[in-house]
Design a protein around this ligand. Structure first.
Ligand SMILES: C[S@@+](CC[C@H](N)C(=O)[O-])C[C@H]1O[C@@H](n2cnc3c(N)ncnc32)[C@H](O)[C@@H]1O
Length: 349
């Protein structure tokens, strides 16, 4: 694990050569591609070429070269790579743009909410650094599947590509797209009706007024990113497909969303509402935004299964510190919840 002190030392070593931010990340990305013999796509190659030019200069500093190489070599799951990205590229804008990553302990439990199924097609429509896709791969090991990552930010798609290629699982097929999910292009539209599972931590509560394709919640007056994510997910999923996503707590708690909740329950089974404690994004961004995990299953035709049950849970502890006073956390309510046999039966896991 990369400590803040090491990141600061690396930052000041690069500064001595006049490089910072994206330049540092590009040079580090180049080292990853070298050490893990990564065959890059055309877009990622552009990033790596820039990184090579910089690394040829800064790695005249032998000590810096050794330090970075040692952290890269042991980073077989790409965890340090994501930390490098967040430190050098995202830290200046993540709080205002909402580009913060899902903490790994939460992603791990969200992935467990997908019943394992050979040849499943799984998409993260706002994949950032590929946390969810990487976690599916860790948990599904030898199960063949198709992983699809989409993000409007080209640089993040390059990061996802690197993360997934560091330790490629040959059982999986990967597609990476750069569509704006609020104006889905033909790339993403080609997956409409083809997806088994969606994992998402989309931007929260962004006003959106530009959606062009027909969208049920949008047309009902919910002109924001949360409603559009649900509408897009409905289009992407096969009947019976599952959406596991983080959404702002207001969707569940606020009166103004009552109509949205009623519309959603016409098309979907509400399988779980898991209220997370305040502070879950403290480790990846300094925001206190409240979020819930919502699990929705797309109904098949107009059928109504009256025996379906919904999990409602309120989580108070997770495997991450929720504020700066909390140093060590010993309980993980979310992990314990999924171990409960009634809960796993409802989720079908
Ligand atoms: C909160 S981050 C989550 C990243 C990742 N899913 C994770 O869990 O770590 C939201 C992501 O949505 C992406 N995003 C924002 N607007 C988007 C849009 N219109 N279309 C596609 N992706 C978008 C951002 O670039 C960012 O990576």
């Amino acid at each position: 694990m990369l400590e803040p002190k090491i990141l600061k030392d690396i930052e000041s070593a690069f500064r001595q050569f006049g490089y910072e931010a994206e330049d540092v990340f590009n040079a580090i990305a180049y080292i990853y591609s070298n050490i893990f013999s990564i065959k890059a796509s055309e877009k990622l190659s552009g990033v790596l070429e820039k990184g090579k030019l910089i690394s040829d200069i800064v790695f005249q500093d032998d000590c810096l070269k050794k330090t970075i190489n040692s952290y890269v070599k042991k980073d077989k799951d790409g965890e340090n790579l994501t930390i490098f990205y967040q430190y050098f590229l995202a830290k200046r804008f993540r709080d205002i743009s909402g580009k913060f990553f899902t903490p790994h302990p939460i992603a791990m439990q969200m992935v467990k909410m997908l019943p394992v199924k050979a040849n499943a097609v799984i998409i993260d429509p706002t994949c950032g650094g590929g946390t969810f896709l990487k976690t599916v791969r860790e948990q599904w090991k030898n199960i063949p599947c198709h992983l699809i990552g989409n993000d409007v930010d080209q640089m993040l798609i390059c990061l996802t590509e690197l993360v997934l290629k560091i330790n490629k699982n040959h059982q999986e097929n990967t597609s990476l797209l750069t569509s704006n999910i609020y104006q889905p292009n033909s790339q993403i539209q080609s997956f409409f009706g083809q997806i088994d599972y969606i994992l998402a931590n989309p931007p929260f509560s962004l006003p959106v007024d530009i959606f062009t394709s027909n969208s049920r919640l949008f047309e009902s007056g919910y002109r924001n990113s949360d409603a559009l994510l649900i509408d897009l997910s409905f289009k992407l999923l096969k009947p019976g497909g599952r959406l596991v996503c983080l959404l702002p707590h207001s969707i569940i708690s606020n009166k103004e969303y009552q109509n949205l909740r009623e519309i959603v329950e016409k098309d979907w089974y509400l399988t779980a509402v898991i209220i997370l404690p305040e502070g879950i994004f403290k480790s990846t961004a300094s925001t206190t935004t409240r979020a819930d995990i919502i699990v929705l299953d797309k109904k098949k035709n107009e059928q109504v299964d009256r025996n379906r049950k919904t999990i409602f849970a309120n989580i108070s502890s997770l495997d991450i510190p929720l504020n700066h006073r909390q140093k060590q956390v010993t309980t993980n309510d979310l992990e314990n919840l999924l171990k409960n046999s009634k809960v796993s039966e409802i989720l079908g896991i």
